[in-house]
Design a protein. Structure first.
Length: 318
């Protein structure tokens, strides 16, 4: 089946959703890799696993959506969260923040063409407040220059929250859509693992097919069914939405006993889920587009093998 890249249309003004338009002429599908809290620059990041998932995304002709905290960035001067153990050797330089931008470009260069949306997390926002520089904006500026050489439009740099409208034109006649609300997230209790926030988000943000959060390094997906009145037809309808909590790629808990911020500062004694989620849109008929969300595959018994800096291999054109 021939793959046609969707058209990504950036919002004309602040306060509008990113639009991604799919033109399907037959039974087609489109995959998205949803990630958050990658913390790629941390020595505790399973960076090789992240790159493995991005490689798989490329093999699926997928696109990448990142929901904030791509960086850890806790080792700048006067940052009380940092120490020698929170800094990778190659970033131990005077221009630390510059290195984080440049090395992110080098690390993710094979995958820059897949990235369509990047959010701002609390770690990036902390740098904006304390150091008055925007890692995400600087990364996008350099990444977009590389993408432009390949004829690919710019990455949508979002804030702490944002929206995406997925539109589907099937056979040139049926026009269908699904909407996604993304928010980096906020703290929640260890017992509920953030699930209590699903109802709160649904009550505050209406009409979405998907709600995506990260931040708390938990992972789950649950459905929330509501009743709504169709304003166009007057029909009473049930509407099903998926609430997706994304895991992290940072090793909060280490089986080798190495101390981490999570185990030392929060008293955390249990592992956290690792990885992101796959979002697949597909059209079983010409009149309906369905979607499914599944977690990325993680080889948990051998997680420590993924802490090594990955071999990038053959580079894919951006």
């Amino acid at each position: 089946m021939e793959w046609k890249r969707p058209d990504v249309i950036r919002p004309p003004l602040p306060g509008y959703a990113l639009q991604i338009k799919h033109a399907w002429k037959s039974q087609s599908e489109q995959t998205y890799l949803l990630t958050g809290d990658e913390h790629w620059d941390s020595p505790e990041c399973y960076l090789k696993l992240l790159c493995q998932h991005l490689e798989e995304c490329g093999q699926r002709n997928g696109l990448w959506i990142s929901n904030g905290d791509l960086w850890d960035a806790i080792s700048s001067r006067d940052d009380q969260r940092g120490s020698k153990g929170t800094l990778r050797e190659e970033h131990c330089k005077v221009d630390y923040l510059d290195q984080l931008v440049d090395d992110a470009i080098d690390t993710f260069r094979p995958y820059l063409g897949m990235l369509v949306y990047i959010g701002t997390g609390n770690h990036e926002q902390k740098i904006r407040i304390k150091k008055e520089t925007d890692l995400t904006a600087r990364f996008c500026e350099k990444a977009n220059a590389i993408r432009k050489e390949s004829g690919i439009g710019p990455i949508h740099r979002a804030g702490y929250a944002g929206a995406i409208r997925f539109q589907f034109n099937i056979y040139g006649t049926a026009r269908l859509s699904h909407s996604m609300w993304l928010q980096h997230g906020n703290n929640s209790g260890p017992v509920t693992k953030g699930t209590i926030g699903a109802n709160r988000r649904a009550a505050a943000v209406h009409g979405m097919s998907l709600y995506v959060t990260s931040h708390i390094h938990e992972q789950w997906c649950l459905s929330n069914t509501i009743i709504r009145l169709n304003d166009s037809t007057g029909r009473i309808e049930q509407h099903d939405a998926q609430h997706v909590q994304l895991g992290s790629y940072k090793g909060d808990f280490r089986t080798d006993g190495e101390p981490t911020w999570y185990t030392m500062m929060t008293g955390g004694s249990s592992p956290k889920p690792i990885g992101g989620s796959w979002l697949r849109f597909y059209a079983p008929t010409g009149r309906r587009v369905k979607f499914e969300v599944t977690p990325t595959d993680v080889d948990y018994p051998n997680l420590l093998d993924y802490l090594a800096k990955p071999h990038v291999g053959k580079r894919r054109a951006a």
